[in-house]
Design a protein around this ligand. Structure first.
Ligand code: DX5
Ligand code: ZN
Length: 229
């Protein structure tokens, strides 16, 4: 149902040199539509949605209904970051809810290849995330099936953590390994101090939570971050 827009969304994200993606973890869910309108006015190019299950990570957020609610109120690409065990059991539902990209964690599955293929068969963009302690070597065999690789610069689970510079080395290494078509994304502790290094290291999608949502004016925050890329 969303096939054409998904392909367009992925193509648009590939074209841009860098994009600041707000992570909605810290937004006001009592006013979700208003929050999304504020982000659209700020000129963001996609929304990053953090799904946590209280098992793969020690925090619990939201699932398909929020993805579906976002889909109803915006045409922006939805970049869904699954921090859940056994994601293979849920990817179809996230796809049906309107996700454009579904990212699973390498640490959460036995075989990333199988789940990435499953996501691609659903005509969603397939993403693979690695926590700071996970090596590039361990995901090398899966890279050809990735539309996106997400390098976590904090341990997945909570917003507001400090940036871990090991992510920069991984981004540099990945940039050499993956095709031009593969999006590189960084997530965790990205702010005015760290964003430029992330982009220089090769990240095109820069996920930002607290450095947008803890600021009084989202447009100013997004603009200042974008100017630094
Ligand atoms: C952490 C999440 C991030 C987080 C980013 O597990 O994946 O998307 O919300 O928040 P900040 O920018 O505050 O680190
Ligand atoms: Zn995230």
């Amino acid at each position: 149902m969303f096939l054409m827009s998904r392909r367009r969304h992925l193509a648009e994200l590939r074209q841009a040199p860098a994009a600041v993606l707000p992570s909605l973890l810290l937004c006001d869910f009592g006013n979700l539509e208003r929050e999304i309108r504020r982000l659209e006015s700020a000129g963001v190019r996609a929304l990053h949605l953090d799904v946590m299950d209280g098992q793969f990570v020690p925090n619990l957020t939201y699932g398909m209904p929020i993805v579906e609610a976002c889909r109803r109120v915006t045409d922006l690409p939805l970049d869904v970051h699954l921090m859940i065990k056994e994601p293979q059991n849920y990817v179809k539902q996230f796809c049906d809810a309107g996700a454009d990209i579904i990212t699973i964690h390498a640490e959460a599955v036995d075989s990333p290849i199988d789940v990435l293929s499953q996501i691609r068969e659903l005509d969603c963009g397939a993403g693979l995330a690695i926590n700071p302690g996970t090596t590039i070597e361990s995901i090398k065999n899966s890279l050809s099936l990735c539309d996106l690789v997400l390098v976590m610069s904090v341990n997945a689970g909570f917003g507001g953590q400090s940036f871990q510079p090991i992510a920069l080395n991984k981004l540099r290494e990945l940039r050499k390994l993956v095709s031009k078509e593969t999006l590189l994304e960084v997530d965790g502790g990205v702010n005015k101090k760290t964003i430029r290094d992330c982009q220089t290291a090769g990240a095109q999608l820069l996920v930002v939570g607290s450095a947008i949502f803890r600021e009084p004016n989202y447009s100013d925050a997004v603009q200042q971050l974008t100017e630094l890329t």
